[in-house]
Design a protein around this ligand. Structure first.
Ligand SMILES: [Zn+2]
Length: 141
């Protein structure tokens, strides 16, 4: 669950970034963003489309998808490819890693810097920009 306070922070950031990128704020865009950001389920485009369609029955999948891609581009949402043949979307923009259960459930985890591996020595001249770690685990018993 995402707290109301966190939801408001995400919405504020969303509105700020839309303005910064000269993008119009529309009720449809807002609803799409809410469906990604007011949950910690890491929904895919189809999940989001189905939720948005309840409020905006004429909206197309491609409109929802294009908006999600725009949100990724302006940095309010990240796209996660977990090798499932579909992308998931995540509005938790604080740096975190993921635990992925066999049933598709995902938990966010924050690792200490000391828990994040460094590049092997032969690559130490490279400038690391980010590290994404996905732990694939069996379902909780
Ligand atoms: Zn996440």
């Amino acid at each position: 669950m995402i707290s109301i306070q966190e939801q408001n922070l995400r919405l504020q950031y969303f509105n700020k970034m839309l303005k910064k990128n000269d993008l119009r704020i529309t009720p449809q865009k807002n609803k799409i963003f809410e469906e990604v950001s007011f949950t910690d389920l890491h929904p895919d485009a189809q999940d989001i489309f189905e939720k948005v369609q309840k409020k905006f029955p004429t909206i197309s999948f491609s409109t929802v998808y294009k908006n999600l891609k725009t949100f990724v581009k302006i940095g309010v949402v990240t796209e996660l490819d977990l090798g499932e043949g579909r992308s998931r979307f995540d509005a938790n923009m604080t740096h975190h890693q993921h635990i992925i259960y066999e049933n598709g459930k995902i938990d966010d985890i924050i690792l200490q810097a000391s828990d994040i591996p460094n590049l092997p020595k032969q690559f130490s001249n490279l400038d690391l920009s980010r590290v994404d770690i996905h732990f694939f685990v069996k379902d909780k018993k």
